[in-house]
Design a protein around this ligand. Sequence first.
Ligand code: GTP
Length: 319
Amino acid sequence: MEQKKTPVYVLTGFLGSGKTTLLKEMLTAEKSAGRTPAVVLNELGEANVEKSYFNEETLIEKLNGCICCTIQTDLTDDLLDFFTYSKKKPDVMFIEGTGVADPLQVMDGLTDPRLQAFIDIKSVIGVVDAARYIEYQSMFSSSKEVREVLRSHLLHSSLLILNKVDECDVRTLEKVKKKIDKAKPSSVPVIEASFGDVLHEELMMSRFEHNSENSQKQRQEIQHSHSHSHFQALHIEPETQLQKENLKNWLESLPEQVVRVKGIVHMKGEGKRAILQYSPGSLSLEPLSHRDEDGGQRLIIIGYNINSADINESFSKMM
Ligand SMILES: Nc1nc2c(ncn2[C@@H]2O[C@H](COP(=O)(O)OP(=O)(O)OP(=O)(O)O)[C@@H](O)[C@H]2O)c(=O)[nH]1
């Protein structure tokens, strides 16, 4: 008898666009409908600071690399292992790539013929940060690397979530929508959202096969221009507790090549450690729940062409 295939949803989108936020919403909805989800998380660093968000579901972690190329075959192999040996198959699987993953390359890993008996790819959901889209697209305030990654997310998603609209004024939002309409394939719908508040049924629709504009030509072009190797993740492990104001000033002083910082930190005067999320202009600290075994602090600083020595030095001065 042919076994039931697991529906798979890929979440893609630039660093800090809101993929994990959307994923958490989707998991809540799936679990309250009585289904068991599995999550594949990929992180550019050696440690996944967001693990504590996922307490109950099966978690397959892919650390220290980027799903899209360096460990593309690992993704296929890990999923094959998972589906071959795990006792209880999940009802649905979500795969979140790093913010610099090229969805096409993730799809290459997922469309490996050996996996086809196990999975049914339903949708590639691309999350776009509406508030930073213009800045990231600008020749003046962004880099070629960032623009290319953003472009590939727009070209190769089967659904686009225009997130963070709460941070946009009406004029900016209209401008962003026009730009995105021009850049994406015409068949791909766009849904506006804040904190991933999208109707669950819309997210779960089977859309993958509809994105027929994923042509071979685009694929070759993207592979040719694929440039995220310029992105790096720098790790800092603070040994003592941090002063909030100092940390904030330090983050704000980071060079513009730094596009994202996340971590687990312990603020002076706080009983609990917190998950730090930083995109330029926006810092949040959320108390850490369970499932973080080692008790330490760590920061992952993600950017392109960053000078690690300078960043390490400025961090030491701040401490
Ligand atoms: N104002 C606002 N903030 C948001 C929204 N969605 C997410 N955020 C915040 O933006 C930050 C980044 O969100 P994540 O969901 O971690 O983004 P991500 O795409 O998973 O980020 P990476 O892991 O770096 O790729 C967090 O502090 C979120 O709380 C939104 O719609 N509006």
